[in-house]
Design a protein around this ligand. Structure first.
Ligand code: MN
Length: 200
């Protein structure tokens, strides 16, 4: 369960006098109006990866996906859980300065809303419970990503790891590499290289 302190790790890792990332405030209300948000941030850091985040319980539940999301259901993309992020982080784009945690460039690669479709025994499972349980099924309505995706924990403990997999549905594609064909930010139209050049 996310607690009042679930952003403590986020806050402890960052110096808000140096980074322009948003401070770690948890939204007072558990629910914003309308459907919950998801975001995928391309993060050109020590190694390039894509941060996949789902709004749940007033925060963004987060996974780092080294290869990024795929539209091909045959691709099982490793997803490493990372600390909860504040909801405001969904629209953060910019450069995290050298020497700071996550130093590098962040681009909002996709942004949209999602429907939680996690069920157990025919019963709907709340998304924060689904994350706890290690299986989350969502339907994404983004600018680039659409349709069903599943996140499944494959290893628990210190080296916890998950897989992010596209479900077989009408939005599945086997020959489209969106990471290559649509590299730009859905907020600003810039590539990660353009963000880095303009903001440093
Ligand atoms: Mn990251």
């Amino acid at each position: 369960m996310a607690t009042r302190c679930s952003l403590d790790r986020y806050t402890a890792k960052r110096d808000f006098g140096r980074t322009t990332e948003p401070p770690g405030r948890r939204r007072a209300s558990r629910r914003r109006a309308g459907p919950p948000q998801f975001v995928v941030q391309k993060h050109d850091a020590t190694s390039l990866h894509y941060d996949f985040r789902l709004e749940a319980d007033g925060v963004l539940k987060s996974w780092a996906v080294p290869k990024g999301p795929s539209l091909n259901p045959a691709d099982k993309q490793l997803a490493m859980p990372t600390e909860d992020h504040p909801l405001d982080y969904a629209t953060f784009e910019g450069v995290i300065p050298k020497g700071q945690y996550g130093a590098g460039t962040v681009e909002v690669w996709d942004l949209g809303t999602y429907q939680n479709r996690t069920e157990r025994g025919g019963e709907a499972v709340p998304v924060e419970q689904a994350v706890e349980d290690g299986h989350v099924s969502v339907w994404l309505d983004g600018h680039k990503l659409h349709g069903g995706f599943a996140l499944t924990r494959t290893r628990a403990g210190k080296k916890e790891s998950w897989l992010l997999v596209k479900k077989k549905d009408e939005a599945a594609r086997t020959r489209t590499n969106l990471l290559r064909s649509r590299p730009e930010s859905v907020l600003s139209g810039r590539t990660v290289e353009e963000i880095a050049a303009q903001e440093t």
